[in-house]
Design a protein around this ligand. Structure first.
Ligand code: ZN
Length: 339
C-alpha cells in the first residue's frame, strides 16, 4: 500500500468524523465508514489496523519479539526482555484458559479427554507461558492432545513442534500452511513439526472427549488460515466462541483474487458463528480481542447485569467480521486490485 493512498483514507476518515453523518464521497470512504460504524468502541484497534494501517508483507505490527522473526521461518530469535511481554495465565471460562503474552495469545481448551491448545506463540514463550502456564493453573501439559494452528506464521506456530515432540500432541493446520511449514529449515525457531492433521478447504471438526471444535478454512491472511467455532462453559452455561484465525491484509497488493478470497472467508466464518450463536470473539492477537486486558478483569466482582468480560454478544461478533470485510473491501479498492 502506498503511504499517499493511506493518507487519503485517513484524511477522509478525519473529514468524515469532523462532518459527522455526512455521506462519504467515494466507494473507499463508504466502506471505511461502514467498518467504523461496525467497530464502534468494541473493535477500534481492528478497525485502525485493517482500515488505516500500513503493514509489511505477511502482516504483523509492533509486538515484543516480532521483528525479524515475525514470520518465524528461519532465524532463531533471542528472547526479548520479559518485562515487555510476560503475562500471567488466566482461567477465562470453566474450561478455557488464556496462556498468552501481552501481544499474542495461546488458548487451552480443556475437555473430558485432554487439552486442545489453540495457537502457540513464539518459541521463546512455549515454556514460560504454555507449559508453566498450564502447570500454574493446575493443568498437566502431558494432557495436551491437539495443537490447532490458525496459520503458519512464527508468532502463532513456533511452539507446535515442541508440544508435539514432548507430549505427543497432534498438530492441526491448514493444508497449504503445512506445505510452507515443511519447507522450513530444521534450524527454524522452535523446530519444524511433523505433518499430522491437514485441513482442506472444506474444513473439519475435531472432537476430543465432550468437546467439538468446528474448523472453518478461511484462506486469505495465509492460504491455509483456519478459524474456529467451539463451545465453552461459563459457570456451567454453554457459550459459543468465534475465533478469527488471521487478520491482516498487507501483502495482497493488486491481487484481486486474494482480496476476494479473504472477504469470502470472513463472510463464511461470520455465517458459521451466527448459526452457532457465537457471543465471544477471540483472536490470536490481544490488540484485536483485548485478551490481555479482559483476562485481568476476570477476577473482579461484576456489577449486577454486567456480563463476563469476554462475552460481547452475538451482534458484536458479527460486527467484528463486518469490520474485516469492509476494511478489506476498502483496501482492495484503494490498492487498485483487479476485480
Ligand atoms: Zn500472520
Amino acid at each position: 500500500m502506498k503511504p499517499t493512498l493511506l493518507l487519503t483514507g485517513a484524511a477522509a476518515l478525519l473529514l468524515g468524523a469532523t462532518l459527522g453523518a455526512q455521506a462519504p464521497a467515494g466507494d473507499v470512504d463508504s466502506h471505511i465508514a461502514a467498518a467504523r460504524t461496525a467497530a464502534g468502541l468494541d473493535f477500534r484497534n481492528t478497525f485502525i489496523n485493517l482500515c488505516l494501517g500500513s503493514t509489511p508483507p505477511g502482516g504483523g505490527r509492533g509486538g515484543a519479539g516480532r521483528g525479524a522473526a515475525g514470520r518465524g521461518a528461519t532465524a532463531t530469535p533471542a528472547t526479548p526482555d520479559r518485562a515487555g511481554w510476560y503475562a500471567s495465565p488466566y482461567k477465562i471460562f470453566d474450561n478455557l484458559y488464556w496462556l498468552g503474552t501481552r501481544q499474542h495469545s495461546s488458548w487451552a481448551l480443556r475437555t473430558s479427554d485432554g487439552i486442545i491448545i489453540i495457537d502457540t506463540n513464539f518459541a521463546w514463550a512455549t515454556q514460560p507461558e504454555i507449559i508453566d502456564g498450564l502447570t500454574k493453573l493446575g493443568l498437566n501439559p502431558r494432557d495436551i492432545k491437539y495443537v490447532l494452528i490458525s496459520h503458519a506464521h512464527g508468532d502463532h506456530d513456533q511452539g507446535a513442534a515442541e508440544l508435539q515432540t514432548r507430549y505427543g500432541a497432534k498438530v492441526v493446520m491448514g493444508a497449504p500452511d503445512w506445505e510452507s511449514t515443511l519447507q522450513r529449515p530444521a534450524t527454524a525457531a522452535g523446530g519444524v513439526p511433523k505433518r499430522d492433521v491437514a485441513v482442506g478447504p472444506e474444513g473439519s471438526k475435531i472432537t476430543l472427549g465432550d468437546t467439538t471444535v468446528t474448523i472453518v478454512a478461511t484462506p486469505g491472511h495465509t492460504p491455509g488460515t483456519l478459524s474456529y467455532v467451539f463451545p465453552v462453559k461459563d459457570e456451567g452455561r454453554t457459550v459459543m466462541v468465534a475465533y478469527s484465525g488471521g487478520t491482516l491484509t498487507g501483502a495482497f497488493g493488486t491481487d484481486g483474487a486474494r482480496w476476494d478470497q479473504y472477504i469470502a472467508s470472513q463472510q463464511k466464518i461470520a455465517k458459521v458463528a451466527a448459526d452457532a450463536g457465537a457471543s465471544v470473539m477471540l483472536s490470536n492477537h490481544s490488540e484485536y480481542d483485548g485478551a490481555y486486558t479482559r483476562a485481568r478483569l476476570i477476577g473482579i466482582k461484576r456489577e449486577a447485569g454486567e456480563n463476563h468480560p469476554f462475552i460481547v454478544g452475538a451482534d458484536a461478533v458479527q460486527r467484528y467480521f463486518t469490520v474485516m470485510t469492509e476494511c478489506a473491501t476498502a483496501a482492495k479498492l484503494r490498492a487498485g486490485a483487479k476485480p
